[in-house]
Unconditional design. Sequence first.
Length: 393
Amino acid sequence: MKKGFLVKVLMPILIIFLGWAGMKYLAHLKSPPKKKTPHFEGPLVEVMHIKIGDYRARLMLTGEVQARHLLRVVPEVSGRVIWVNPRFEGGGYIQKGEPFFKIDPVSYEAQRAKAQDALKTAMVNLEEVRSKAKVAREEWEKIHRANESPESPLVLFAPQLEAAEAKVRAATSALQKATQDLARTKVVAPFSCIVQEERIEPGTYVRAGEEVAKVIGTDSLEVKIPMTLHDYLLLGGDSGARGKGVYIALWGMVGNESVRPWVGRIERVLPSVTEKERMLQVIAVVEDPFQPLKGKAGRTSLRVNSFVECQLEGSVLKGVFPVPEKALKDEAYVWRVDGDNRLRIVKVEVVQRERQRIFVRGPLSDGDIIVLSNIRGATDGMKVRPTIVGEGS
């Protein structure tokens, strides 16, 4: 009984003790792991190779379309409108020589007939006075000596002749005016145009000098392009900008291959700059900008007062390299990566800014690697891990 108790109680205790002792022994034999100091190779950054060379500047500017020929339609005679061209309404296209509307000509036809009658009477009177003057001259010469003049010029009908000639001239002028007034009852387009607005209907009474509509010439439009003096000089300044081509696309249509851009030419530069921005105002002319109105498909018409994208080619920039905007740090620096993958801060000169790239010049070599990523707390000489994502172009 006593022996069985010892086996049941002491045996487990002994086993537990031996296991604990063995673990302690094994732990004593095991050497502690050596601590390793982590090696930091720098932040991962995106980089690109630069390509130094000569590049032609490309200016991408915003312009505003304006009418080159804006006509305020003002009748020169008064009267009631008896007919209006069906296309004489906002957006309507009217060709050169086509009538806008017609004014009742009856009263003006009567005035012309009256003027014609007055002219005939004046001419008859002139012939009568000329005949009397001729007879009086012949009789005077028979009775008096040569070179002897009468005391009164009335004897030879000189004043009467002058008065009769003056009446003929006056009657002629009156007939010309009456004829012009009659012709002016039909108001015609002086050039091909599109109606911007109109305020006239059949039966309307219009007065001479009263504006009834506005029309815009369709042969050409102007595009006003504000630009800096720097951009203007890139185009060649006063001597080289005139006549330079401009590619013009509707706002939001840039890069849309289905819509062909318009081509304009720089015609002139306004003498004053804008008051706020102090920008030069260059005027480009686009010919035939309303082609769809004339049955020509493939383009969207330019619209007055709309904004357009204008692309111009400037002079060649020598010894520069293009970089995306994110590669330029603090407006005047780029970060170069040297052969040891260390960052070097380099000051550069910004030569030209475009919408997709910036041309800079600085102490770098063709093929150098520059950083595109932003690094918080970047310092000259810090270690980086470059990943090439682009090439200069």
